[in-house]
Design a protein around this ligand. Structure first.
Ligand code: AVI
Length: 322
C-alpha cells in the first residue's frame, strides 16, 4: 500500500509525486539540507562556478545606481534568500557610506543562516534597523504585508535563484513579487546570461566533484529522511546545456537497473539502466529575454548591471505608476 499523502512530510509527498511520473523528477529545492548547504558553499568557491564572483563584482559597485533610483527617500531593503549575506554586506557598506536611510529585512527558509546574518550585522552595524523573517518567500512577504507606498521597497533576488524555475514559472513568481510592491518600488534580480556553452557546462561539472556530490546528496537525503535504499555507487550526476533554449539541466543516472525501496513512502521504484531522474534546471537568459520577462511581469526594466566579462546581470526593474 502506498503511504497516504496526508501522513507524509512535504519532502515525502514531493518525492512520491516526482518519482511516480513517467519521466521521474526530484525538485532541486530539496538540495538544501545541512550537508547540501555545506556542499553548495564549496561549489561557490570553485573557480569554474563563475556566478558567485560575477555577482559579487556587480554588488561591489552597484550602490550608486540603486540610490539614484531611490531619490534619497528612506527605504526597506528586502532580500529574498539571504544565504550567508556576504554580497549584501557589500551593498550595505556602500549605502551607509552614502548616508542612505534604510532597514535591512532578509528573508530565508534557513533559520541558522538568518541567525548568522543577524550576528554579523549586529557586530558590524549595531545601529542598522534589522528584521530577519524566516519562511518561504511568499509566506514571509505576506507577513511583511503589501507595500503602502509610503516607504519605498528595494527587493533583492540574488544568486540566479530565478534560474532554478522554468521560464514560465519564473515570470509567475516575479508577478507575485510585484503584488507586494507599490508604484516606484524596485526589484533587483540576478540572472545568469547565455554564454560559451563550455563555460556553462564546466560550472556544473567541476573536476573536484562538488556539484556531483551536491546533486547525489538528494538521494542520500531520501535514504536518511525517508528510509530509502538508493545505492549511491550506481548513480551518476550528468549535466547538459542546450544553447538554443538556455536550459542547463542536471540529471541523476543509474548505471545499471535499480530497484529502490523507500519505506516512508511504502513504495518500490524500478529504474532501467540510464533512465534519468531530472533534478534541476539552471536557466540562462539573454538581456532581451530578461527585458521581455520584465514586461510580462508588468515591471519597467531600468538597467542591466553586469560584470566585466558580461557573464551575469543584476537587472533593475521598477513598478510603473499605472
Ligand atoms: C542556487 N542556484 C542558483 C544554483 C544554480 O547555479 O543553479 C544551484 C546549483 N546547482 C548546481 N550548482 C549550483
Amino acid at each position: 500500500m502506498t503511504a497516504s499523502a496526508t501522513t507524509l512530510t512535504p519532502f515525502g509527498q514531493d518525492v512520491l509525486q516526482g518519482l511516480s511520473q513517467p519521466q521521474p523528477t526530484l525538485n532541486s529545492k530539496w538540495f538544501y539540507d545541512e550537508r547540501g548547504n555545506a556542499l553548495f558553499q564549496q561549489i561557490m568557491r570553485c573557480p569554474e562556478y563563475y556566478l558567485t564572483g560575477a555577482e559579487a563584482e556587480i554588488y561591489r559597485s552597484c550602490a550608486p545606481a540603486l540610490l539614484e533610483e531611490l531619490d534619497g527617500a528612506p527605504f526597506d531593503l528586502i532580500e529574498l534568500g539571504a544565504g550567508d549575506g556576504s554580497k549584501t554586506q557589500l551593498l550595505i557598506e556602500q549605502f551607509l557610506a552614502a548616508g542612505a536611510r534604510f532597514a535591512y529585512r532578509p528573508i530565508d527558509l534557513n533559520a541558522a543562516a538568518l541567525a548568522e546574518v543577524r550576528d554579523l550585522i549586529g557586530l558590524r552595524w549595531p545601529k542598522l534597523e534589522f528584521q530577519a523573517i524566516q519562511g518561504d518567500y511568499f509566506e514571509a512577504l505576506d507577513r511583511l504585508g503589501r507595500s503602502t507606498g509610503s516607504r519605498r521597497r528595494l527587493v533583492l533576488f540574488p544568486g540566479a535563484n530565478i534560474g532554478n524555475f522554468h521560464p514560465g514559472e519564473a515570470v509567475r513568481m516575479l508577478e507575485r513579487i510585484r503584488g507586494f510592491l507599490a508604484a516606484g518600488d524596485l526589484l533587483l534580480t540576478g540572472f545568469d546570461l547565455k554564454k560559451d556553452p563550455a563555460v556553462i557546462l564546466a560550472a556544473y561539472n567541476d573536476p573536484t566533484g562538488h556539484t556531483a556530490a551536491f546533486n547525489l546528496n538528494l538521494l542520500h537525503r531520501i535514504n536518511r529522511e525517508l528510509e530509502g535504499n538508493f545505492d549511491l555507487d550506481h548513480w551518476r550526476h550528468w549535466e547538459t546545456y542546450n544553447p538554443a533554449t538556455g536550459a542547463a539541466c542536471s540529471y541523476l543516472l543509474p548505471t545499471s537497473a535499480q530497484e529502490v525501496t523507500i519505506r516512508a513512502l511504502n513504495q518500490t521504484f524500478t529504474f532501467r539502466a540510464w533512465q534519468a531522474i531530472a533534478v534541476e534546471i539552471s536557466q540562462k537568459y539573454s538581456l532581451r529575454e530578461i527585458e521581455g520577462m520584465a514586461e510580462a511581469a508588468q515591471f519597467t526594466c531600468l538597467r542591466h548591471l553586469q560584470d566585466a566579462r558580461g557573464y551575469f546581470t543584476d537587472s533593475l526593474w521598477r513598478v510603473p505608476t499605472h
